[in-house]
Design a protein. Structure first.
Length: 230
């Protein structure tokens, strides 16, 4: 079974969107992964097909109803579905390369996209949704966040990117940022490629890259080097 993503959203027409382009899109049409976007409104029970209601206790905006969302989740992922159930949420655990890699090795994911002020806490608890955030800012909905999550995950599915080695050196994979990259031409606006990279000495190249990675990480993201934070 290949990686299977199910999205619950009020805007299924947004998918696959960018996930349908380039290598991820090729992986999708080749069956290396699959994507299903389900319209939350199809699970509404009243005449107006309402999915939201005013916040209990007052305040601005609307909240997604727990009964409608629970029904959608139970239909998309009936009991026994092994896939993790994720809610995109600014209150969630920040998305990391480590979590993306774990998800890529698993059976897939069921992803709930919030809208408005968010969703009723009781359905988060009752369906044990894993809340994941893509950063400390607030979006208008979970759809773009779900795409970010899936893009990070799907490119790690074996066969999607090709080249078994192509992830090993990347930023975050070894707890550091990637070294700077160069390519032809040899001279660009008077600046040459660092000579070590064209020396052909692979030992020296590896050493230079490791030094550059460390230097860059120290300067820009010292938090990544702090063992207490890993
Ligand atoms: N009132 C909420 C924000 C709601 S934003 C709060 O203050 O926490 C509406 C929806 O957008 C959320 O339910 C969530 O699904 C999505 N969303 C917004 N920001 C996000 C982020 N940083 N990461 C992941 N999802 C986000």
């Amino acid at each position: 079974m290949s990686f299977s993503a199910s999205i619950i959203t009020l805007f299924p027409e947004l998918f696959p969107g960018p996930l349908g382009a380039s290598v991820l899109g090729r992986g999708l049409s080749d069956g290396l992964w699959s994507l299903q976007a389900t319209q939350l409104r199809d699970f509404a029970t009243d005449r107006h097909r309402s999915v939201d209601a005013t916040p209990s206790g007052g305040g601005a905006g609307m909240v997604l109803k727990p009964d409608v969302l629970a029904k959608a989740i139970d239909t998309v992922a009936p009991q026994g579905d092994p896939r993790p159930r994720i809610l995109m949420s600014p209150r969630g655990k920040p998305l990391t390369q480590k979590r993306a890699r774990e998800l890529a090795l698993g059976p897939g994911a069921v992803i709930v996209c919030g809208r408005f002020e968010g969703i009723d806490q009781r359905v988060i608890d009752a369906r044990a949704l894993e809340e994941i955030s893509i950063g400390d800012y607030v979006l208008a909905g979970g759809e773009v966040a779900a795409m970010v999550l899936l893009e990070a995950v799907v490119r790690l599915i074996p066969g999607v990117l090709g080249g078994a080695d192509s992830h090993a050196d990347e930023s975050f994979e070894n707890g550091q940022l990637e070294y700077p990259q160069y390519t032809r031409p040899q001279s660009f606006e008077g600046v040459d490629i660092p000579p070590v990279l064209t020396s052909g000495d692979h030992g020296k190249i590896a050493k230079w890259r490791a030094e550059q990675s460390l230097e860059l990480t120290r300067a820009r993201r010292p938090d990544l080097l702090d063992p207490r934070k890993s």
